[in-house]
Ligand binder design. Structure first.
Ligand code: WQD
Length: 353
């Protein structure tokens, strides 16, 4: 039997495909490569097995997903395939709803047609919006504040309803801030176009690809005024997906679980530690807050330990060391080995339209 990993050529998906192999499980990658590279699939094969199955296409295509399920005897699904930039979702809300909800509905329809019940869904702490109380538990108020977060929130609502009707057992994994890379340095985050997330931009400055990092906000009520997030190692996150699949062998219905370390760090703390890791200063300046940012959010991960038997193991220094190893050896991400034509920036409309 096999695990279908939609979006499996992406940052977290590729690390999950490797973790599945390391656990002796068979993964099948399905990805339309709209935000990932074929070279990533090759890199994953290098870390797992050359015959790792890869299906190129859109997870919204029910027929394609169904064919993959039949061909590879899939009996479980991990669904990553989605667009994930908060900033881009504000500019292209319709494209985000079409892609993120369309891909989920395509996967669910194909699963239902074949009586496949077990699903792990890539959700996000952005469903909590700007929490009044931290740390955040799964019972904290829900209230996304941007289209990306709404696609995750609505995705969870769809999954809650399908699970309540009896057709699905699903883990709704609410990621906090994944950073880092596989310790081999062979796979890692490969942002398309200009990144918006902190770790990618920080490393571009460290590489000399960008003049300086803008620290968004120095007037939050935190230890140094910069915003607090719960950063977790992408390999810890990948391993949590395996634990979620295992938990679904006994746990029915829909279960939301926070995936974080339970420790918050400010942006400036991350910058200072990154300077130690890369061995030189990283130019940065504190500027105005970024609209829509929460000042402080970190997880109470106790339910993940209780339900999944999972706890994040890798510390912030390890996250940055592993992230730097990937970036230093792949300054252009997978572009060096990329066999795909250069990706044109998405100009609007549904991805792939
Ligand atoms: C982190 C902190 C910024 C860039 C992300 C994903 C979202 C979800 C949660 C998975 C913030 C600050 C950033 C910069 C900065 N993950 N920052 N200068 O906004 O927490 O959300 O993680 O679903 O998908 O978007 O992550 O990395 O953009 O920002 O000061 O140039 O770094 O203000 O405090 P965010 P981020």
């Amino acid at each position: 039997m096999a695990v279908l990993v939609t979006g499996g050529a992406g940052y977290i998906g590729s690390h999950t495909a490797v973790a599945l192999h390391e656990a002796g499980r068979r993964g099948v990658i399905l990805d339309d490569l709209s935000n990932a590279s074929r070279a990533a699939v090759d890199a994953v094969r290098g870390l797992t097995t050359p015959d790792l199955a890869f299906v190129e296409g859109d997870a919204a295509d029910v027929g394609l997903v169904g064919e993959a399920i039949d061909r590879y005897e899939v009996d479980e699904v991990v669904h990553f395939a989605a667009s994930k930039s908060v900033a881009e979702s504000v500019e292209l809300p319709l494209a985000y709803f079409r892609n993120n909800l369309g891909s989920l509905l395509g996967v669910l329809a194909a699963m239902e047609d074949r009586g496949i019940r077990r699903l792990v869904f890539s959700s996000s702490c952005t469903v909590y919006g700007e929490p009044d109380v931290v740390p955040v538990t799964e019972a904290s108020p829900i209230g996304a504040v941007n289209p990306y977060g709404w696609t995750k929130l609505h995705g969870e609502q769809v999954l809650d309803a399908v699970a309540a009707a009896g057709g699905l057992d699903v883990m709704l994994l609410r990621y906090f801030n994944p950073i880092g890379a596989h310790p081999s340095g062979v796979i890692g985050e490969d942002p398309t176009g200009i990144p918006t997330n902190l770790a990618a931009l920080l490393m571009q400055v460290a590489l000399g690809r960008r003049d300086r990092l803008q620290v968004f906000g120095g007037d939050y009520g935190t230890v140094d005024g910069s915003a607090v997030r719960d950063y977790l190692h992408v390999v810890d996150l990948a391993e949590a997906h395996l634990a979620a699949l295992d938990a679904l062998t006994t746990r029915t219905g829909a279960t939301a679980v926070n995936l974080g370390t339970g420790r918050g760090h400010t942006v400036l703390e991350l910058v200072r530690l990154a300077e130690e890791v890369v061995g030189h200063p990283i130019a940065h300046e504190v500027v105005a807050r970024r609209p829509g940012d929460a000042g402080r959010i970190w997880a109470d991960p106790s339910l993940a330990t209780e339900v999944l038997g999972w706890t994040a193991e890798r510390d912030l220094r390890t996250m940055l060391e592993d992230h730097w190893r990937w970036c230093e050896s792949h300054p252009d991400g997978f572009a060096d080995a990329r066999t795909d034509p250069p990706r044109a920036p998405r100009l609007g409309g549904a991805p792939g339209s």
